[in-house]
Design a protein around this ligand. Structure first.
Ligand code: SME
Length: 161
């Protein structure tokens, strides 16, 4: 087992930087997409506090996402691109920071505990191939620093998943 123990005193930006370094180290020499997504979901879970779900949805077709490796409760398996925070992020190719999921039209409640959400698309060859989805039980858990950190992670993973 690999154990990465973040220091509780570290800032949000420090933790995101450590997450990126650990994700780089653990995926650098592995070409299997599922293995890399599984390990990165576990790393996100270890490094970032106040999450109740962290994982991946991959493009199953041009208009649908399918569940990938994650940590948290079992989740909805397929998400059409015209629904949910994940669907909007994938359709628009744009990061979504949702302060309160109850205010997001079409939000898909996989876990009733979720109150805020961050979804970041992963691009390859000019197309969105997957999204990284983070949920928190705390409203307004995610900010621009988180978005930038997870966007850097998405860029790193582009050719590793
Ligand atoms: N809430 C997401 C669905 C996925 S779960 O959060 C794991 C959405 O609205 O797309």
């Amino acid at each position: 087992m690999f154990e990465f123990v973040p220091d509780p005193a570290d800032s949000r930006a420090d933790r995101l930087g450590q997450l990126l370094e650990a994700a780089d180290a653990i995926t650098r020499n592995e070409s299997d997409a599922v293995a890399n997504m599984a390990n990165v979901a576990a790393l996100i879970w270890q490094f970032l506090p106040e999450l109740n779900w962290a994982g991946f949805y991959r493009m199953a077709s041009e208009d649908e996402l399918v569940l990938g490796p994650f940590c948290g409760k079992p989740a909805c398996i397929r998400i059409p691109l015209d629904s949910g925070v994940c669907g909007v992020a994938a359709a628009e190719g744009a990061t979504q920071i949702v302060a309160d999921v109850h205010d997001f039209p079409g939000h898909i409640a996989c876990d009733a505990d979720s109150r805020s959400e961050l979804v970041v698309p992963i691009w390859r060859g000019g197309k969105v191939i997957a999204v990284i989805d983070l949920d928190s039980p705390r409203p307004s858990r995610f900010d621009e620093t988180d978005a930038e950190g997870i966007e850097a992670l998405a860029a790193l993973l582009s050719d590793r998943i």
